[in-house]
Design a protein around this ligand. Structure first.
Ligand code: DAH
Length: 345
C-alpha cells in the first residue's frame, strides 16, 4: 500500500534526522528524502495507478510528510548549530578570573645598597662619583701614591700582576692620582670612587681576593684635618646612627701625612664593651689622612697652595658590621636566601 510505504518512509527519515550529528549529515538526509530522485518522489510517480478518490488523500499525505521532514531537518539543524556554538565558546573560553603570571621583582644587592647610600650622602656634601679602571698601571696604583718601586709598603697589598707595569688595582686610591691629573693643578677636587679591587689573598670568612672599596678625596685651598674629621663624623652618624662618635688614631699610609684610622663608638653597646667591639667600645672603620705633598705634586698640584684629605673604606666591612654578617663570602655566593633578606636594605 502506498500509504503504508509513505508512513514507513516518514518513520525512517525522522529516525535518521534524530541521529544526525552534523549539519553535513542533515544536508545528505535532505537530498536523500526530499530530492528529485528521492523515495517520496518515487512513490508519487506510482499515483497514476491509484483510484481517483485515493489520489488527493495520498497527495496530501505525501506533502505533509515532505513538510514535516523539512521542518524536522530545520529544527535539528538549529539544535546542532547551537550545540556547535556552545562547544566553541567553551573551548575558546578565557578564565578572566585566573590570577596573572607574576614576575619576580629584583632588588638591589646589599653591597649596591650600602654603596648607593654612601654615594647619596657624599653627593649631598658636594662630592662627585667617579669610576676608574680595575686593570691599572703600576704608576697609578703605587708610584703616584708615593710608593716607588721597591718601597716596603708595597708588601701591604699583595698584587695580581699582569705585566711588570700592569696589575689588577689593589685599592681605589689610584683614582686620586687620575682625578687630580685631570684637574691640571686647579682645585677644588671632591670625589668619591666606588669599585672592585683585587689582592692575592686566600679566601676565608674575612678575606677575599676580590672586594670593594670606596675612595674619597677632597683637595682645595685650606683643607684641614678638622675638615676630614667633620666629614667623617657626618658619615659615621649617617651610616651607623646619630649617637655615634668618632675617634682618629695615628696610623701609617704612604700616601697620607699625617695618616689616621677612624673608629666609631660601638653601635651595639654604645661604648661599654661587647663582642662586636671586642670589649674596647670602638670599631675600626676606615683609613684616611691628609694627602701627602708628594702625591699632590706628582699629580700636578702645588702643595704650598693646596692641601687635601683622603679616605678609603670597605663597603663589605661596613655591611658586615651593620647587618651582623659573619662571612664576607656571603656577598659573592649569590645565595638567594641571603640576598632576599636585604632586598630593601
Ligand atoms: N688604600 C688604602 C687601602 O687599601 C686605604 C686608604 C687609606 C685610602 C688611607 C686612603 C687613605 O685614601 O687616605 O688599604
Amino acid at each position: 500500500m502506498l500509504k503504508d510505504k509513505l508512513l514507513d518512509l516518514r518513520e525512517e527519515a525522522l529516525k535518521s534526522i534524530q541521529s544526525a550529528d552534523s549539519v553535513k549529515n542533515l544536508r545528505d538526509i535532505h537530498v536523500h528524502y526530499l530530492g528529485k530522485k528521492g523515495p517520496i518522489t518515487e512513490v508519487l510517480k506510482g499515483m497514476g495507478k491509484l483510484a481517483k478518490e485515493e489520489r488527493p488523500v495520498i497527495g496530501q499525505l505525501a506533502n505533509q510528510i515532505r513538510e514535516s521532514i523539512g521542518t524536522r531537518i530545520e529544527d535539528k539543524k538549529k539544535t546542532l548549530e547551537k550545540k556547535m556554538l556552545e562547544e566553541r565558546i567553551k573551548s575558546e573560553a578565557i578564565d578572566v578570573t585566573l590570577p596573572g603570571r607574576k614576575r619576580a621583582m629584583g632588588g638591589h644587592h646589599l653591597l649596591a645598597s650600602v654603596i648607593r647610600d654612601i654615594e647619596d650622602l657624599f653627593i649631598g656634601l658636594g662630592f662627585s662619583v667617579v669610576e676608574g679602571p680595575e686593570v691599572e698601571e703600576d704608576y697609578y696604583n703605587f708610584e703616584a701614591l708615593n710608593l716607588p718601586k721597591n718601597h716596603p709598603a708595597r708588601d701591604m697589598q699583595d698584587s695580581f700582576y699582569i705585566t711588570d707595569e700592569i696589575l689588577m688595582r689593589t685599592h681605589t686610591s689610584p683614582m686620586q692620582a687620575r682625578t687630580m691629573e685631570k684637574h691640571k693643578g686647579k682645585g677644588p677636587v671632591k670625589i668619591i670612587c666606588p669599585g672592585k679591587v683585587y689582592r692575592r689573598d686566600t679566601d676565608d670568612a674575612t678575606h677575599s681576593h676580590q672586594f670593594m672599596q670606596i675612595e674619597g678625596l677632597c683637595v682645595d685651598k685650606n683643607v684641614r684635618l678638622s675638615d676630614l674629621k667633620g666629614v667623617l663624623t657626618v658619615f659615621a652618624k649617617h651610616v651607623f646612627g646619630a649617637e655615634r662618635e668618632i675617634r682618629l688614631r695615628p696610623s701609617y699610609f704612604p700616601f697620607t701625612e699625617p695618616s689616621v684610622e677612624m673608629d666609631i663608638s660601638c653601635f651595639k653597646c654604645g661604648g661599654h664593651g661587647c663582642s662586636v667591639c671586642k670589649g674596647t667600645g670602638w670599631i675600626e672603620i676606615l683609613g684616611s689622612g691628609m694627602v701627602h705633598p708628594n702625591v699632590l705634586r706628582m699629580s700636578g698640584f702645588d702643595p704650598s697652595v693646596y692641601t687635601g684629605f683622603a679616605f678609603g673604606m670597605g663597603p663589605e666591612r661596613i655591611a658586615m658590621l651593620k647587618y651582623g654578617i659573619d662571612d664576607i663570602r656571603q656577598f659573592y655566593n649569590d645565595d638567594m636566601r641571603f640576598l632576599k633578606q636585604f632586598k630593601r636594605a
